[in-house]
Design a protein around this ligand. Structure first.
Ligand SMILES: C[S@@+](CC[C@H](N)C(=O)[O-])C[C@H]1O[C@@H](n2cnc3c(N)ncnc32)[C@H](O)[C@@H]1O
Length: 387
């Protein structure tokens, strides 16, 4: 298929601006930001590139139809009016994902089921046979999004969510997802050529995403498959060209330190394995120790960490941990810029430094703040004055 069409890239709250910029650089046109998504226009090439290259998109959807859906029957009837033979054959397998907000139809699973029924009933009535359902590994994944009683039906060109890069087999406790890590690195303004430290690195996600950026490695290059590869009109030649181009543009090494510190040795082992899977074993130095024991060699650079948030009740140990983080930053990281992602506002106060920026982000459903601290000389004096 040639020609341009409308597309929609989904992301998490707070990444709309960086997603729009990524898409602009990939050649997308008529880009518009909406909450947790960006709409744009492009052709198959842009759609393939967006899937392969976007570091913060979760899914790239290709809209099929939009219509009012104030009732179950209306949803069913309108879905049946779409000529599904354009996109699906009876031998395909289907999955339908439902998302609902502020609507009469307020049950996402039920909405997905109704949509699936309308599609398979159309096939059964026309051919006597119906495509079967495969929620895990369908040939065609369909997205139904109902907001304020308007339904948007789309084909999901990504298949599995794009945060599943394919390099992370193992994780420690409370890992952040790959798109969140990538978005944090981009928002931090890290220049991709100076020292970067995560001294509570867990399974290494932040550093791995950063190293992929520094080495110009496409985040989707390790994935086995994207949804569009199973579509009828899939252009394998074009896709291979885009992949080959991406591989040819990879930078073979970095000449500045990317450092991961983690106190729990088995978790650090996972970080090393994940980095190895992403061909980054030579690019990140991992060390099993506590951040209290570690002193950076570099005089300046960026720190990005994601400490534990604790439960609902903030215990003294957690407050002490955040205080120790603050003390270490003040003592050992003068000249650095530090960023901390936390969902625990109370604990954040114990850092004892005044953030120069606070960005609202979400780790899953947890509302977080991504806090920036500039650790120039004299920071302590400034904090004292502020207090
Ligand atoms: C929320 S997890 C980080 C998850 C990580 N961002 C990832 O994606 O896997 C916090 C990590 O800090 C580590 N940690 C806690 N206290 C530490 C300390 N004093 N020094 C170093 N690491 C520590 C924990 O073992 C845990 O792996």
């Amino acid at each position: 298929m040639t020609g341009k069409y409308k597309l929609l890239a989904k992301t998490t709250f707070g990444f709309e601006d960086i997603l729009a910029e990524e898409l602009r650089l990939l050649g997308a046109e008529n880009i518009e930001k909406v909450t947790r998504a960006v709409t744009f226009e492009g052709d198959d090439e842009i759609m393939y590139r967006a899937n392969l290259w976007s570091r913060v998109a979760l899914r790239i959807l290709k809209p099929v139809k939009s219509f009012p859906a104030g009732s179950e029957q209306q949803l069913y009837d309108e879905v049946r009016k779409i000529d599904w033979s354009q996109f699906i054959s009876v031998d395909d397998t289907l999955a339908v994902d439902g998302v609902v907000s502020n609507s009469v139809l307020n049950h996402s699973l039920y909405v997905a089921l109704k949509t699936k029924d309308a599609i398979v009933d159309q096939f059964r009535d026309l051919t006597g046979k119906r495509p079967s359902v495969d929620t895990a590994h369908p040939t065609v994944r369909i997205n139904v999004h109902i907001s304020r009683d308007v339904a948007n039906i789309s084909l999901d060109s990504s298949g599995d969510s794009l945060h599943k890069r394919g390099y992370r087999n193992q994780t420690g406790e409370a890992p952040i997802n790959e798109t969140l890590a990538a978005g944090m690195v981009i928002l931090s303004g890290w220049d991709r050529k100076s020292p970067l430290i995560d001294f509570m690195c867990g399974s290494g996600t932040i550093l791995i995403e950063a190293a992929l950026m520094a080495r110009n490695i496409a985040p989707g290059i390790f994935r086995n498959e994207f949804g569009f590869q199973r579509w009828k009109e899939f252009d394998n030649e074009l896709w291979e060209k885009i992949r080959e181009e991406a591989k040819a543009g990879e930078i073979s090494k970095v000449d500045f330190p990317l450092t991961g510190i983690e106190k729990f040795a088995p978790t650090l082992k996972m970080a090393k394995e994940n980095a190895g899977n992403a061909k980054l074993a030579d690019s990140i130095r991992f060390q099993a120790m506590t951040f209290e024991e570690y002193t950076p060699e570099a005089q300046n650079g960026t720190v990005i960490i994601n400490p534990p948030y604790g439960g609902r009740i903030t215990d003294q140990d957690l407050l002490q941990l955040y205080k120790t983080i603050g003390d270490n930053l003040k003592k050992k990281y003068k000249g650095f810029t530090a960023w901390i992602l936390t969902a625990n506002k109370e604990a954040a106060k114990s850092i004892g430094l005044k953030p120069s920026r606070k960005i609202e982000l979400y780790n899953g459903s947890l509302e977080c703040r991504f806090l920036k601290f500039e650790l120039y000389e004299g920071t302590r004096k400034k904090v004292k004055e502020a207090e």
